[in-house]
Structures are given as structure tokens and as C-alpha cells.
Design a binder for this molecule. Structure first.
Ligand code: CA
Length: 424
């Protein structure tokens, strides 16, 4: 067992019941703390911990990692190290905050410099995203979308069961949770009998996804196998891939999504390490057709993560519109990474790979409004009595995720984003 995952561990920092951040989590992020420059942080319960400050006091010396790495604006240089280094830091932090350890617990002066109430920490974009690719790995989502646009018989394209379908996305517009998102404008063709128009997106949607944050990959021309993939993945975040359905529908043939996706995607600020998620591995869905050897995996490669989406209209309480789980995904992250690099494409530390919309088997587990409202034919009731077919101005979309077994709960916090009216 990875030392920091031991369910018997308890911290001297209070952890409220049902917290996403017990001592077994130790996620990584970047925060702006009062009167400090942005630097690396972790969280236990509701206490944000300044990792740079601990390193500066010599408490991370045994990890042999230079303290300056924790003082950078982004985590990318930390991600360039390897799994043994990430694990050493997480294990050491776990050890420092163990209830029996006095090194920091007994040092009031340092505690004052290193520990902050979560409400005093402004979470920032944790990585400088290099490249971003988005997959389409939920069979239920692909089937739903295919059924809507091509009919039930032709729902899945002939390639879908043989390879994880993906496209190259836009890295520059990935923003951290809490960033307001402006409704896009663009070209669309709402009436197929009339010429296209320029206007405000009317069919604004979310996509419930998760993304992996990459550690160092391999040089151009080399491949990462499914077995090696696990060691190259640093961690996982919640990912809202905002989508303008009307812009997307008109533009996507034949090269795929473009401006209907690139106006914004939002991520949760805490990167939960793949190590912390290992106790929640689950069997991958059974293959429906034989797959090529480079995509085969051994052992449990799905992850059991409960996910939810809420819509909060301006001034009203949020309404849960979706409950899903990423364990339903047909393709594992390891397979996406092996496929991504099978042609020799290089991956670099700080790259992101998103799963694609995570829809489950039942209509209340669909991961987008397009599916939940079935193209707008089934409006969803909100707590204030209004209805939603798609997302309206002033709405905040909130996605949450957590893993849970009888011993421990590991959560992701949330990714939120409020929609602002379009710039006319
Ligand atoms: Ca997507």
C-alpha cells in the first residue's frame, strides 16, 4: 500500500465529517495566500497548507527536491519530476500532518506561517496547460449523441469500439473554477432552409468530464504503453467542457469541433494524485469487440468516482440535474494516453487529456443538457420554479466528485462557473 493512502491515518488538523480532503488525499494546487506570491499548496480538511513554507523550513529535505520548485507560479516543474518524487512529497506531507508527529504540530511560529483557513486562500490555475486533447470515451454519451443525430441503428460510428476517439482542443482558454465565462457569439444556421447567421449562442451547454494532468511524457517519436501510462499521469481534476451546441452543429463537419468548444473549459483547482485514487480502481467495462494489443490493459483501470452537476440560477438554490460515475467509461485514461502516443506524438508535463462527457446508463446520469433535456424536448425543473433546456445567463454550473469506500472519502472539491451575457 502507498504509505499516504493508509486508511488508519489521522491528522492533527481537524477534518470535518464528509470532507473531500482527509489526510489520505493530499492533493496539489497553487494558491494566492495573503501577502505572499502564488505558490504550491495542499489541503487537509478546511486548512490550506503552504508547501513552499514547509520546504523553506527544511521539512521536505528528505525528498531531495529543491524548495524553489514549490515557489513557482505553476506546478509544471514539479510535474516534470517522476512518480517516485511526487510520492515522496505526498508521503512526507502525510507524515508531517500525522497526529503523532510533533515537527510542525509543536512549532507554533511555523504553523502560523504555513497554515491558512481555506477561505483565505485564493485558488489559482495550478498548471500552465501545454497541450489539451479531449476524448469521447463514454459509450452511453456517444450512443446518445449518435442516436439524436443519426438514429439508433447508426448511433456508434464503426471506429468507436476499436479506438478511443479524440480531437486536439484549445489549451489557452482552460480556466480555473470560479472564473466567469462569457456566452460566446458565432456563426450558426438555426434554419437549414435559410443562410447562416451571426449571433448569440442560444444552446449553451456543459459537459461533465474529468481530466488527467500529465507528468513528463516521452520524446517525439516514442510511444507510452498502457502499462507505462499509469506512471506518467500525475493526477485528476474535474473538467467542465463548456459547449455551444448551435455553433458546434454548423461548424463541425468534417474536421470536428472548433469555436463551439474553444471559448472556455473550467477545471477544479485541486489536482488529486493518481496515487490517492488507486484504492478506488474498478474493473473496466467488458470489451464488446477484440481490441488491438497496444490498447489492452491489465488489472482494474477504471476509477469509481461519483460525480454530480448542479445548476444554480441567479439568486436561487442549486438544483442537482445529473448524478454519474466515471467508472462507466468504456476507455480508461491509460488507453487514451497509449492511443495518443502510438504515432509518436510527444506528451509534456502540464498537458491535459479530458475524458469526454461522462454519461451513465439512466437518463438522470447524462452528462450534458443536450442529453438531459434530449435536445430541448424535456425541460428540467429548477428550485425557483423556472425550467432549463440549456444554460441561461446568470446560471452557475457546479460539478462535484468524490470516491468513497467503508474507510475513507477522497474528493475533488468542485468546479464552478457562472455564465455572463454575451458581448453584443
Ligand atoms: Ca468534450
Amino acid at each position: 500500500m502507498i504509505q499516504a493512502n493508509n486508511p488508519a491515518l489521522r491528522s492533527w488538523i481537524p477534518v470535518p465529517e464528509n470532507s473531500d480532503f482527509p489526510i489520505q488525499n493530499i492533493p496539489f494546487g497553487i494558491a494566492q495566500l495573503p501577502d505572499k506570491l502564488p505558490n504550491a499548496v495542499t489541503i487537509i480538511g478546511d486548512t490550506v497548507i503552504d508547501i513552499w513554507e514547509l520546504a523553506d523550513a527544511g521539512l521536505l529535505e528528505e525528498t531531495k527536491i529543491h524548495q524553489s520548485i514549490f515557489g513557482h507560479r505553476y506546478l509544471n516543474d514539479f510535474l516534470k519530476l517522476n512518480k517516485a518524487d511526487w510520492r515522496a512529497v505526498r508521503n512526507r506531507l502525510s507524515n508531517l500532518f500525522n497526529e503523532e508527529n510533533q515537527e510542525l504540530q509543536g512549532n507554533e511560529e511555523l504553523r502560523k506561517k504555513a497554515l491558512y483557513a481555506a477561505s483565505d486562500a485564493q485558488m489559482l490555475m495550478p498548471i500552465k496547460v501545454g497541450d489539451y486533447s479531449d476524448f469521447y470515451a463514454s459509450k452511453e454519451h456517444a450512443t446518445n449523441i449518435g442516436t439524436m443525430f443519426r438514429g439508433k441503428e447508426n448511433a456508434l460510428m464503426p471506429n468507436w469500439l476499436h479506438l478511443p476517439v479524440g480531437y486536439h482542443g484549445r489549451a489557452s482558454s482552460i480556466v480555473v473554477s470560479g472564473t466567469e465565462v462569457r456566452r460566446p457569439m458565432g456563426q450558426m444556421r438555426p434554419d437549414p432552409e435559410q443562410p447562416p447567421i451571426f449571433g448569440t449562442c442560444k444552446l449553451l451547454d456543459f459537459e461533465l468530464e474529468m481530466g488527467i494532468i500529465m507528468g513528463q511524457g516521452k520524446p517525439l517519436g516514442e510511444r507510452i504503453s498502457t502499462t507505462e501510462a499509469t506512471d506518467h499521469i500525475f493526477g485528476v481534476v474535474l473538467f467542465n467542457d463548456w459547449s455551444a451546441r448551435d455553433i458546434q452543429k454548423w461548424e463541425y463537419v468534417p474536421l470536428g469541433p472548433f469555436l463551439g468548444k474553444s471559448f472556455a473549459s473550467s477545471i477544479s483547482p485541486w489536482i488529486v494524485t493518481l496515487d490517492a485514487l488507486e484504492p478506488f480502481r474498478a474493473p473496466l467495462a467488458k470489451r464488446e469487440v477484440p481490441i488491438l494489443p497496444y490498447l489492452e490493459v491489465e488489472g482494474n483501470k477504471a476509477i469509481d468516482i461519483n460525480l454530480s452537476v448542479e445548476i444554480q440560477p441567479e439568486g436561487a438554490d442549486p438544483t442537482v440535474v445529473c448524478r454519474s460515475n466515471i467508472k462507466h467509461m468504456y476507455w480508461a485514461f491509460e488507453q487514451m494516453l497509449a492511443h495518443h502516443t502510438v504515432n509518436g506524438c510527444n506528451i509534456e508535463a502540464g498537458d491535459m487529456i479530458a475524458s469526454g462527457t461522462i454519461s451513465g446508463l439512466t437518463p438522470d446520469s447524462y452528462g450534458s443538457m443536450l442529453e438531459l433535456s434530449w435536445r430541448g424536448s424535456k425541460p428540467l425543473p429548477m428550485s425557483d420554479g423556472s425550467e432549463r433546456k440549456f444554460i441561461q445567463d446568470g446560471d452557475t454550473v457546479i460539478m462535484k466528485g468524490h470516491c468513497e469506500n467503508e474507510d475513507v472519502r477522497i474528493g475533488f472539491g468542485e468546479v464552478t462557473g457562472k455564465i455572463l451575457p454575451a458581448h453584443p
